[in-house]
Unconditional design. Structure first.
Length: 266
């Protein structure tokens, strides 16, 4: 779990020219916004270059409170880079605006755990998140109970099973009480039982009102957990639709081939 390094309400870079937009038939519009429904994060024409490689190209999107967004696409499509830009871990050209105050947390595909006990990992995470000292023990214990590993509090974190490690990472994130939770392949390498447990926790967090943005290769997981799907290809945002429409409507060729498992590797 990490919190974003950039201050709320600041922009990284400035919009460069007119950003590319999603074709109207594939753009997610939603209801008319009020002030209370203003986006938590806005990206405007965001581009990321790694040397000569364009990881993202003129991406424009909003993330609003209560959404559950799944980032889909083939390997190298830009999903991880987009997730890191949204969280503020990756610098970019273009505009990124984080509305204040928005507390964030991120759970990585392979959680980083200290060579300490489960309890120490929890307490250090809360200290790093600037949680008041008198609240840390209570929050840590509640979070461990919430994910079902309170009985493992004294066990070295790195000897836990992969499923238990991921639950510990989710506990650290939940204890911070973020409004925005970013997940990077949250169930990769987990067995079916552990995968169901982690998905159930994500569903519960979202039901409490937490906004969730996750990268996944698992189409079934996107169907089960997401309210909105963003599909990327070659660093470009190709489709942005409510989940039901993404899996049932006619899509651009790249997205349709991806759903069929026929997209050629590039």
């Amino acid at each position: 779990m990490m919190t974003a390094p950039h201050s709320p309400g600041t922009a990284i870079g400035l919009p460069a020219g007119k950003p590319a937009s999603v074709p109207a038939s594939f753009a997610w519009r939603g209801p008319a916004r009020t002030v209370a429904e203003a986006p938590l994060i806005e990206l405007r024409g965001v581009t990321v270059l790694f040397g000569d490689v364009r990881a993202l190209h003129a991406v424009t999107l909003d993330v609003r409170s209560g959404e559950r967004v799944a980032l889909l696409g083939s390997n190298g499509s830009g999903k991880t880079t987009l997730l890191r830009v949204l969280h503020g871990l990756q610098r970019c050209d273009g505009g990124r605006v984080l509305r204040a105050p928005v507390k964030q947390a991120m759970v990585f595909q392979r959680p980083f755990l200290l060579r300490l006990s489960v309890w120490a990992n929890m307490m250090i995470a809360l200290w790093l998140a600037h949680v008041p000292g008198e609240e840390r023990a209570g929050r840590a214990l509640a979070a461990l109970h919430r994910v079902g590993i309170a009985e493992l509090r004294d066990r070295p974190a790195r000897v836990l099973s992969l499923g238990q490690q991921q639950r510990l990472a989710l506990a650290r994130a939940w204890a911070v009480r973020p409004q925005l939770l970013f997940l990077d392949e949250p169930t990769a390498s987990l067995d079916p039982g552990a995968k169901r447990e982690v998905e159930a926790l994500i569903e519960e967090f979202a039901a409490e009102g937490m906004t969730v943005v996750m990268r996944t290769h698992n189409l079934g997981q996107a169907k089960r957990l997401a309210s909105r799907v963003i599909y990327l290809e070659g660093g470009r945002l190709i489709v942005d639709l409510p989940t039901a429409r993404f899996f049932n409507d006619r899509l651009p060729a790249e997205a349709a081939l991806f759903l069929k498992g026929e997209l050629h590797w590039t």
